[in-house]
Write a protein that binds this ligand. Sequence first.
Ligand SMILES: [Zn+2]
Length: 264
Amino acid sequence: MSVNINSVKAYPLFEGSYSVDNSKKFLPFDPAVHRRQDRPASLFIFVQPFLVETSTQLILIDTGLGFNTPAGEPVLHENIRKTGHDPEDVDMVLMSHLHFDHSAGMIRHNDTSTALSFPLAEYVINRQEWEYAYSHPSASYRAEVYDVVQRSGNLRFIEGDGRLNDSISYQVTGGHCKYHQVFKISEGDETIFYGGDVLPEPEQVMRRFKAKYDYDGERSMQLREEFGKQAAHENWLCLFYHAKSHSMGRIKEENASFTFLPQD
Ligand SMILES: [Zn+2]
């Protein structure tokens, strides 16, 4: 007889690595082909949205930069197919925030048209982040992307902290940007935690620092510590959007210090 099995599963959908300079443009950067010294004053960023499969739903968490394959298909679609699913099967798209590197993939485009990348999904977005993104145009917020989502009617606004259903909860954290939010997906005895850009890389749990790119660096630092403790205490499987090597894993806390156990 089988007992309670964890049906919840997560897949990283690696979209690529990029260099970013002051222009905030993401240039594909392949360490096998490109040289770091040819990209002065640049940050090197890895991008991976996640697909989470529960017993009843297929959930995409953040949507990447929206780049296409040479064949003109979104990289994200190809990655989803590799997990055995169809992009049309995605039920819900959970957005931590609307910065370009997380949100541009909400839509797909070719030379002549734009459309939702996940036409049957509900796009779950914090209402104040939506308003903030429109009212603060910048290199990070691209209204032309949000317009396509708006006209689709597939938008679901949430505010504050709460639950979407029995398995998914959300919490507004601020920190990285004013209305940044994080998600937890639980089923059986498994909890998956997505900390977005408050916790973008596993290494950040291990050291205390304030990041210049944060809206409120002090708050992000506190949150990383709190989430690290909870993740260790409750054995969460954590997902890291900008991880350079291991994008999923668990945190252990011993003698007041954290270690990371990769699980991918
Ligand atoms: Zn980011």
